[in-house]
Design a binder for this molecule. Structure first.
Ligand code: MIG
Length: 854
């Protein structure tokens, strides 16, 4: 008994001090001693003094833990995981005195009986993750909590969209979707991803705390020996995922919560936005601005002012008299149009969307049962209840008009959801244009923390459950906003994605979202909201995007150039240099800021922007293939070095450089006035993309980087298919495809993925894979082109192999056929070019060097 009280005190102490709360009235309850064990093939249930704990095998490396103080173990609804039934991965049980051993295929657990305490073991019986001394599971009123031992050398990643360093060890974070312009230390953010990866000496595991309530993670901030996470309500449920390779953790996690579908190719192009391109004339000007300057661009976004009084699914016909004609003219010029949609529906009895929603009872009620009202751009608004399938269907269908007008994709904003309370003093100001202008005139405060959202009704950081104002779900099964808040945006994206897919089944939908929860990547790309045009925001972006990638979100990006404020030409230049390596690449800027198109900063910045954006388009065959890899594995395209080099501890908090797929290392400049920087090159050979200079890693080098230079390196072994430059993605076929190759010390290969770039036929076999393998040797090198796979037929095109940094070449020939090859070796650049005019079948090419050795 004494021990139990003591252990409760330790846990409570750790948890409470971790959140800086005074000792609370309600003590923490824990499962405590195991009384009996119930063993079914796929799950083991521990009946304890203080409740029940279920451990279920969810696959050979995934275990789900559910606990309930009253022994009710029925898994609660999940907003991220569709299948809650264990697939039957067997956990064999063995009783061993004080302990019970559970053995799965590649994961094992040791369970301490008194108190119940879980330890996850690797296949050699070493502890990978351990509950805190006192037992790891706890409850306090409606709150649920978990606390774990924190090894001295463990590092933490993921957590979705967060400010701060790449490695979250020693920090604390909150999950509560929150809509506001952020600072470099703001938390919470727009998205909630209660998932993280623990990495210790190259060995990784993941934990997904599948709970949508306001939650808190304390990764050793208050106690250097333990970490904890807790939520204000909802189920005590988490998934433990054992890698040990961090890539495997991401693959398994994304297998649980879902992965990104292949985006339409055009969505990988460069995109231009601002709040707002005010009318048709301005939009056309922007479009021709890109074409006349030969700067590639695929998409123009329309922000809120395209609407009539900010009423969603309407057009302001004074500004845009004939949207369908404008959009079709733009399409002829290679542009797509994406329009913004906010969830708030204007209260206005002359407005069809409002009337339909009212007639059907589709809006969320407040606690008084009447539709909840809060102010957003249009004034008083109601909020659709996306938790209900029929409301999602209705919302999807509402996009019909925009789709008929030719709108290519939808940008879902303000869906945390975010609004202002009715009594907000500034509220009325937002209703008139003049008021808005006055408000904007004071917007310098946005740089120090905009006061508006602090007072917002829905996005307010919740107090005790019950104080948030909306209700969701059916009358029979009400869901309080405290449970739904963090998934509201996710469900809106689902509605939008599925609606677009129904309306245009032949086209892959494109949805962009600000808010989300784990698994949002199934429905939408994510941008990181309202950053600022500041140097510290430029460097803040990389760890944020990298951790989003580690959290299963592949299609992510930040406003290039910064949203709040106006960048200097130098800041814009540095931003576009790294921005063309954001998976989602969009330039965006706030109302009343200066022009931010690539030509707005003078000829020097215009030229370098053009070069950088062209590089993005050239890389499309490589990038598109990486996206396809992510569709199947959840692996990010934009990767922190630790993902490829998990045993190299120099990479553990390295976020001022990153990898684009496995083969390109991007080391952008992020300091004002800098003309160079230090770059860490991990083990292996590396080549400067621009000069060909080679380096042996691991090594820190000084890179020269005057304004127009982005330090960029190819890994030894890189095989990178490149397209010709073009003004928009579909302008020309990929002909020729240039395979840029940097030989390494070992065999390497790359598989180019292609499909029609727009439909779902790739799901039915209409894709094509072309694999190239390079085998380096001392006297020669062999280049193998495999037979293309898959049912999709590309237009005829030629291949051009460009092998960099080769010793002098004596001959190049085909292994099988006599037919001669066209090749040329450039002695000064050490580049060999081999042409294959119609590469339709397997081919082996042998390159012989004049002298042996490299
Ligand atoms: O309260 O639609 O993050 O990208 O330009 C601001 C206007 C609302 C916030 C988005 C931003 C967008 C802006 N929106």
């Amino acid at each position: 008994m004494f021990r139990r009280i003591m252990s409760i005190c330790t846990l409570a102490g750790a948890l409470l001090s971790s959140i800086g709360v005074v000792w609370a009235q309600t003590p923490i309850a824990q499962p405590g001693r195991v009384l009996s064990v119930e063993n079914t093939p796929a799950r083991v249930i521990f009946h304890c003094e203080g409740g029940a704990v279920e451990v279920a095998g969810m696959g050979s490396r995934v275990v789900r833990v559910i606990a309930d103080p009253n022994g009710r173990l029925k898994p609660a609804l999940s907003y991220a995981v569709d299948n809650l039934t264990p697939p039957g991965a067997v956990l064999e049980m063995e009783e061993a005195g004080e302990f019970i051993l559970l053995k799965g295929e590649a994961i094992a657990m040791q369970v301490n009986r008194d108190p119940l305490r879980l330890t996850f073991l690797d296949d050699q019986g070493r502890a990978v993750n351990q509950d805190a001394e006192a037992g790891g599971l706890g409850w306090r009123g409606a709150e649920v909590m978990v606390s774990k031992v924190m090894p001295a050398s463990e590092h933490y990643y993921g957590f979705g969209e967060k400010t701060g360093p790449l490695d979250k060890r020693g920090t604390a974070m909150e999950m509560w979707n929150w809509g506001m312009p952020y600072q470099t230390d703001s938390d919470p953010m727009y998205q909630s991803h209660p998932f993280f990866i623990g990495l210790d000496h190259g060995r990784a595991y993941g934990i997904f705390f599948d709970n949508s309530y306001h939650s808190y993670f304390d990764m050793g901030k208050s106690d250097p020996d333990s970490y904890s996470f807790r939520a204000e309500g909802g189920p005590l449920r988490y998934y433990f995922i054992y890698g040990p390779d961090p890539k495997e953790v991401i693959r398994l996690y994304s297998g649980l919560v879902g992965r990104m579908p292949q985006p339409p190719l055009w969505a990988l192009g460069y995109m231009q936005c601002r709040w707002s391109y005010r009318n048709e004339k301005r939009v056309r000007e922007i479009a021709s601005g890109f074409r006349s300057r030969n700067i590639p661009c695929d998409v123009i976004f329309l922000d809120i002012d395209y609407m009539d009084q900010f009423k969603v699914f309407t057009w302001n016909l004074r500004r845009f008299p004939d949207p369908a004609r404008m959009i079709s003219d733009l399409r002829r010029d290679g542009f797509k149009v994406v329009t913004i949609i906010d969830p708030g529906v204007k209260v206005d009895s002359r407005y069809a969307v409002y009337n339909q929603g009212m007639a059907q009872g589709y809006f969320c009620p407040g606690l008084d049962g009447k539709p909840y009202t809060a102010r957003v751009w249009p004034g008083d608004c109601h909020f659709p209840d996306f938790s209900r399938p029929e409301v999602r269907d209705w919302w999807g269908e509402l996009h019909r008009g925009l789709v008929q007008d030719g709108v290519a994709g939808i940008w879902d904003d303000m869906n945390e959801p975010c609004a202002w309370t009715r009594d907000l003093r500034l509220g009325p100001a937002l209703l008139s244009l003049r008021g808005l202008r006055d408000l904007i005139a004071n917007l310098s405060i946005w740089n120090s923390g905009f006061p508006l959202p602090r007072q917002s009704g829905i996005s307010r950081v919740s107090g005790p459950i019950g104080s948030t104002p909306m209700v969701h779900g059916s009358e029979q099964a009400q869901i309080h906003h405290a449970e739904l808040h963090n998934v509201y945006g996710l469900l809106e994206c689902q509605a939008t994605y599925q609606g677009l897919k129904r309306l245009r089944p032949q086209e892959r939908p494109f949805v962009l979202t600000r808010a989300g929860y784990s698994g949002v990547q199934r429905w939408a790309a994510v941008w990181t909201g309202d950053n600022s045009s500041r140097w510290d925001h430029l460097s803040l972006t990389l760890p944020m995007l990298l951790n989003m990638g580690l959290s299963g979100m592949t299609f992510v990006g930040a406003d290039v150039g910064g949203f709040v404020g106006s960048p200097s030409p130098e800041l814009f230049a540095r931003w576009i240099e790294q921005g063309v390596f954001y998976p989602f690449c969009r330039n965006h800027s706030m109302i009343e800021t200066s022009d931010q198109e690539p030509w707005a900063f003078g000829p020097e910045v215009e030229d370098l922007s053009r070069e950088m954006i062209r590089l993005r388009y050239q890389l499309l065959p490589y990038t598109y293939s990486l996206f396809q890899e992510s569709v199947r594995s959840g692996l990010p395209v934009m990767r922190p070095l630790l993902l490829e080099y998990p045993r190299d501890e120099n990479t553990y908090n390295l976020a001022d450089e990153f990898l684009w797929g496995p083969d390109l290392l991007v080391a952008p400049v992020m300091a004002e006035g800098a003309t160079g920087r230090e770059v860490y090159l991990p083990e292996g050979k590396w080549y400067d993309w621009w000069t060909g200079q080679s380096f042996d890693g691991p090594q820190r080098i000084k890179a020269r980087a005057p304004l127009e230079v982005l330090p960029l390196y190819a890994r030894g072994g890189a095989i990178i298919p490149l397209a010709p430059t073009m003004m928009f993605t579909g302008q020309k076929p990929w002909d020729p495809i240039t395979w840029r190759i940097y030989p390494g010390d070992q065999k390497s290969s790359f598989s180019l993925y292609e499909d029609d770039g727009r439909s779902f036929s790739y799901e039915k076999g209409q894709w094509r894979r072309t694999a190239v393998t390079v085998r380096p040797g001392l006297k020669s090198l062999t280049l193998e082109l495999a037979d293309p796979q898959g049912g999709y037929h590309t237009p005829a095109r030629s291949f051009r192999f460009e092998l960099h940094q080769l010793p002098e070449v004596a001959s190049v020939r085909r292994r099988a056929a006599e037919a001669p090859l066209e090749w040329a070796y450039d002695t000064s650049r050490r580049v060999l070019i081999v042409q294959l005019p119609s590469p339709n079948q397997a081919e082996t090419i042998i390159v012989e060097y004049r002298h042996s050795g490299n």
